[in-house]
Ligand binder design. Sequence first.
Ligand code: NAD
Length: 286
Amino acid sequence: MTTPPSPTAFNTDLPDYTKLPKLLVGQKALVTGANSGIGQAAAIGLARAGADVVVNYVTGDAAAQKVVEAIEAEGVRGLAIEADVSKELEVEDMFAKAIDAFGTLDILVANAGLQRDSSLVGMTMSQWNTVINVNLTGQFLCARAAAKEFMRRGVRKEVSVAAGKIICMSSVHEVIPWAGHVNYASSKGGIFMMMKSLAQELAPHRIRVNSIGPGAIRTPINTNAWETPEAYASLMELVPYRRIGEPEDIANVAVFLASDLADYINGVTIFVDGGMTCYPGFATGG
Ligand code: NAD
């Protein structure tokens, strides 16, 4: 498991992230890219809320096993499954194994993602394809496999009024352009329309599809944006709420979106960004 930095380093007055209500008892979840950062926190958060959780990972078996241990410490079942979300057969195989082990699935958190940054003119096809394949195609493949199971099975009234919940991990960069990251911003913009189209298509089956749009969250993907006091101060100019997000800030919203408390929420992105999408550059005029 990637060791998270101290939550108090450059950050204070955090909520008590352990106070999660048991909103998901009896439900079965699969979280992709769950052995690091946001996925890890989401997997543990769903477990804390009462769900059994599959921990998908592509590399880092030991880290995945530690997340499984943390899940089982919450008194529910955890299971690590290796699969590259950009590979159709591996995704199909992962869902078959998960359904075999847990009986079914109720929740997908399509979280796995990466960056391969470059200026436009320096960007290789490999950098472009890797990001689109993992961030966008990976979410499509996982959503398709999850929807098949949700539609096959229908509503399980004893655990939820919905037949299934799909939560896409997007980004503020589904709406904020990002120079030097055209592959990443394009993948997240694509997730926006994929999520909305799936929400429209699957709603008659009582399947809800929504996205979370994280702002700056303290994970290994963006270490250089927060690891020194100078970088942190510069980052805070983009965050009106003046603190970096913790992975648990995202996990809390994933739990809420997966629960029946959010039953009438469908086809939206909830930005969890301390106000980053509020155009902070205009705070002092324009
Ligand atoms: P992270 O690097 O800690 O985690 C990414 C996870 O995805 C890792 O577990 C990695 O192994 C996994 N992964 C990568 N390629 C994979 C593949 N082919 N198959 C399966 N798993 C794969 O970064 P994070 O910040 O936790 O990112 C999680 C998600 O949140 C990503 O989609 C990212 O774009 C999004 N996000 C993060 C931030 C942030 O500030 N950290 C902001 C906006 C959006």
